[in-house]
Design a protein around this ligand. Structure first.
Ligand code: ADP
Ligand code: MG
Length: 891
């Protein structure tokens, strides 16, 4: 019979595995917005989003509400990695009637404790932040806003449930005239434990309490905590797992002894998990096992056993003493004899076995719960392996070393993918609470400093309107014959006077030079569409920045290689040359280079006709079959290629390595070209907008640092705020400044971050992608040898967002000037126009296009602007320009 009882109390590993699975389900139910209301495991958000990093500093007041007393502490944190916090504390016994009296009386009492405590330590009168440890289920909506859901543990003060307990405490404190004390954070005792354990060694991201009751908390991915408003980062969740099983999910492991314990408790049917694990119930479980065995006449034969029917005669403390290896037998005898029983040696031995079984079961169940938490963390962080510290507190864990051993080993079996180190909490929750409070203060102060630093990068609506107006002015200047020379936006005529009409036909060669890649293409324009084949060639930096002769030789070699591969050596195909640098165009096939941009600086080219340079190189290489018919800017190519599909497309926009735009302007407005009839496409070269100083107000220190280090300092200022070649650099300089100000990476110097261009613009896209766990950010930063905390990652994300948002909005201001001018040109109340867009930044960044379009709608409400992404605008467009040219040349 004894064996049977012991067996009933032993849960096999498969069953524990199943319990873990059910706990995981219950946790998910608690986290989800839809099912939260019905969940037993409530998974309450705590609004604690980080563990301490050791820089917390200052005097903090803590008030802990306990079962029978109030503890007040003053903790002085020195910002020394929490090596030696100074703690003064005082314990105030609570009159018994208070916990069932009026709520106001309870909070008045707590506030009086605070006043007495402060009087005793002659505290300074400067502001004192206070952290409140309140070990009851609360619906928290901020760190300092928490409604009590329901009392438990024999508390039942009136008028508190449903109210904000932070407010109640603050009012009571104010009544005591302690106006310098601010309640800034409220937390559960599990959270306090987790934080206390985080103060020593590495961060601690899980805490268990196995005392009178049981509960746990852990750092969850914030986006999974659907009940909280936060969307990124992490947040500590208070599981309230004591209620696990209240819906019957634990019925298969409940023994008749557990059913008796539950029925005799003050809250039958509730807190079923807690009643298997919490020390308040273990003595009772043992008593019911003994009672059953006595009635089966296998224990204490001959004694009077009536005493065993009395509730709570066997204390948990005694159970813990009995299971002790050395003195357990003697303790068992003493405990049983104290109850008036006359135990035999065998009785003592059996009682010890039973006590052990009950406590071991509690430890194993606790392990199943912990394993569920760990697996959940591991899964939601998408890790193969989770390494984590677990803070543990409570008399059961502290009182019995086997408890910890079982907890550790069973957790290992149930969650083999996780490596958990158990850290016993030495001084409860007080220091942890101080740290939470300090973290809350530190984060608020940091947020203010970060905002200050980022503020110059945030443009107001009025700023953007000013940029739009300036762009408009520069456009007018650029178009005027007299003013042209002084404009920063050069408004270059392209001699492209119409968009395609769909009748273009033929086979063309195209070159695309002026971006990341140099490409050679063959384009076949036919009735049923456009087909292309292309090849990418590398232009080494040494060639980009060497002599013009070498550059154009290289280009011819690439063309020859391409023609060989495509079997085009025998044909003389018309060639369209996409050359994406500012050129003074004198005809469709005559373009004088005005300046290099985007990292090019080949000598002997500026001031020369690039078509001529290409032809000379062809002669040097004895390549005779080359017929250049058009030089095209990539913006124009993009406009043309989109225009082939959409006749409304009269604007081209590039946001890639650089940025630029073109649009169809009325000939009569183009002062730099003869003729008044029709329209001509104008290559704005808007990247140079601001080179005359008109944007100086908008440049930040970071922009100046980026500009100084480029090979064209002082030039292409607008481009340097917007395009792919520079955004990563701007971010890098901001990060350096944040490190310098000790706001990032704990101020630790980052040698790799000193390297130019190491923070690539494509990182912005990854970092700003929705739903990508901050893990991704960390991985990117790790590659740069930067050890980022989660707050660090959040901050880096914020910086990227700020920089890309500004770029998109500036781009919108520029476009707003263009579409408004076009609308006015045509005397329309409303203009509908399409923009053909190309460039990897525009296409790949998760937010850029959205922000751009939104801001444009705002700034140019009378224009309906459609965006059409061009596919290979540079190649296709060059061919189409060539085709249009050839068609016109035909008789
Ligand atoms: P180009 O403008 O040189 O013709 P692209 O349009 O492909 O070529 O733009 C290349 C630039 O786009 C790169 O210099 C880089 O800064 C940026 N870039 C590359 N990948 C991404 C990405 N995933 N997100 C944002 N920007 C990117
Ligand atoms: Mg390009």
């Amino acid at each position: 019979q004894v064996q049977r009882a012991l067996l009933a109390l032993t849960i096999p590993l498969e069953t524990l595995q199943a319990v873990k699975g059910r706990m995981l389900q219950a946790m998910c139910k608690g986290l989800s917005r839809q099912t939260h209301a019905q969940a037993n495991v409530r998974m309450l958000p705590t609004y604690i989003c980080s563990t301490p990093d050791g820089t917390e500093k200052g005097d903090i007041l803590v008030v802990e509400l306990c079962q029978r007393h109030v503890r007040t502490l003053r903790v002085t944190l020195l910002g020394d990695g929490n090596q030696s916090p100074q703690v003064t504390y005082k314990i105030f016994d609570m009159p018994g009637d208070i916990i069932q009296g009026k709520g106001e009386a309870l909070f008045d009492f707590i506030a009086q404790c605070v006043r007495q405590f402060l009087a005793g330590i002659s505290s300074p009168q400067h502001r004192l932040p206070l952290g409140f440890v309140f070990p009851f289920s609360c619906r928290q909506t901020q760190l300092d806003k928490a409604e009590l859901i329901s009392w438990s543990k024999s508390f039942s003060c009136s008028d508190v449930e449903g109210k904000d307990v932070v407010q109640l405490l603050q009012s009571a404190i104010n009544k005591q005239e302690l106006h310098h004390v601010d309640v800034v954070a409220l937390m559960n005792d599990t959270v306090g434990t987790m934080m206390t354990c985080s103060m020593r060694g590495g961060p601690c991201e899980v805490a268990l309490i196995v005392g009178t009751g049981t509960n746990s908390c852990f750092m969850a991915e914030a986006q999974q905590v659907e009940m909280a408003e936060e969307i990124s980062g992490q947040m500590c969740v208070n599981t309230e797992w004591g209620c696990f099983g209240d819906d019957g999910t634990l019925s298969d492991i409940l023994t008749p002894y557990d059913q008796h314990v539950d029925q005799e408790s003050s809250n039958p049917g509730e807190k079923r998990f807690e009643k298997l694990v919490g020390s308040l119930y273990l003595g009772e479980i043992v008593r019911h096992v003994l009672t059953a065995l006595v009635s089966e006449k296998v224990l204490f034969t001959g004694s009077s056993v009536a005493i065993l029917r009395t509730k709570d005669v066997l204390k948990t403390q005694q159970v813990l003493e009995i299971i002790d290896n050395e003195e357990g037998m003697a303790k068992a005898r003493r405990a049983l004899e104290a109850l008036g029983l006359q135990p035999s040696e065998q009785d003592c031995c059996r009682v010890q076995q039973i006590c052990r079984a009950v406590v071991s079961r509690a430890a194993a169940l606790c392990a199943a719960g912990l394993a569920a938490i760990l697996s959940h963390m591991c899964q939601s962080r998408e890790l193969e392996r989770l390494v984590v510290n677990v803070g543990v507190d409570g008399e059961l864990y502290r009182g019995y070393s086997r408890f910890g051993e079982i907890l550790q080993s069973v957790t290992g079996l149930l969650a083999p993918e996780c490596m958990a180190t158990l850290l016993p909490s030495v001084d409860g929750t007080g220091q942890g609470a101080a740290v939470v409070t300090a973290v809350a203060l530190r984060l608020a102060a940091q947020r203010r400093e970060v905002d200050q630093l980022l503020d110059p990068l945030r443009l107001s609506r009025a700023d953007l309107e000013r940029v739009q107006a300036l762009m408009r002015r520069e456009m007018e200047l650029g178009l005027g014959l007299e003013s042209h020379a002084n404009a920063s936006v050069r408004m270059l005529p392209t001699y492209v006077c119409g968009t395609p009409d769909g009748t273009e036909r033929g086979e063309f060669l195209a070159l695309d030079l002026g971006g990341t890649n140099f490409r050679v293409l063959v384009v076949r324009v036919a009735q049923d569409g456009i087909r292309m084949a292309s090849e990418i060639y590398v232009i080494p930096t040494t060639v980009m920045q060497g002599t013009g002769e070498a550059l154009f030789n290289h280009i011819i070699e690439c063309i020859m290689d391409f023609q060989l591969k495509q079997d085009l050596m025998e044909q003389v195909l018309p060639l369209g040359f996409t050359f994406s640098f500012p050129c003074q165009q004198l005809g469709l096939d005559k373009a004088v280079l005005l300046s290099w941009t985007k990292g090019f600086s080949a000598s002997g080219c500026v001031g020369q006709d690039v078509v001529q340079l290409l032809r000379e190189a062809a002669q040097r290489k004895q390549h005779l079959g080359l017929k250049v018919v058009a030089v095209v800017n990539d913006t124009v190519g993009t406009m043309m290629s989109c225009g082939y599909d959409d006749p409304k497309c009269e604007i081209g926009l590039i946001v890639g390595t650089g940025t630029n735009a073109c649009y169809m302007e009325e000939m009569q407005n183009v002062g730099t070209v003869e003729g008044e009839q029709g329209r001509m496409c104008i290559n704005m070269e808007w990247g140079a907008f601001g080179d005359n100083g008109c944007l100086d107000d908008f440049f930040t220190d970071f922009d100046r640092l980026v500009d100084e280090k480029t090979i064209n300092a002082g030039k292409q200022r607008f481009e340097k705020l917007i395009s792919g070649m520079y955004l990563g650099e701007i971010v890098r300089h901001i990060l350096l400044a944040l490190v310098e100000k000790q706001l990032l990476f704990r101020g630790k110097p980052c040698p790799k971050l000193q390297t130019r261009d190491i923070f690539q613009t494509k990182f912005l896209s990854t970092i700003e992608t929705d739903g990508l766990a901050l893990r991704q950010v960390r991985a990117i930063l790790q590659d740069l040898e930067l050890q980022a905390s989660f707050e660090d990652s959040l901050l880096v994300q914020k910086v990227c967002q700020t920089v890309s948002l500004r770029a998109a909005q500036l781009c919108a201001a520029g476009l707003a000037a263009v579409v408004e001018k076009m609308r006015e040109n045509r005397g329309l109340a409303q203009l509908a126009v399409t923009v053909g867009v190309d460039g990897t930044l525009y296409k790949m960044h998760p937010r850029f296009s959205q922000h751009l379009q939104q801001m444009l709608r705002d700034l140019a409400p009378n224009c309906t602007v459609t965006f059409l992404q061009s596919e290979d605008g540079s190649g296709k467009g060059a061919a189409l320009v060539a085709a249009v040219a050839c068609r016109r040349a035909e008789p």
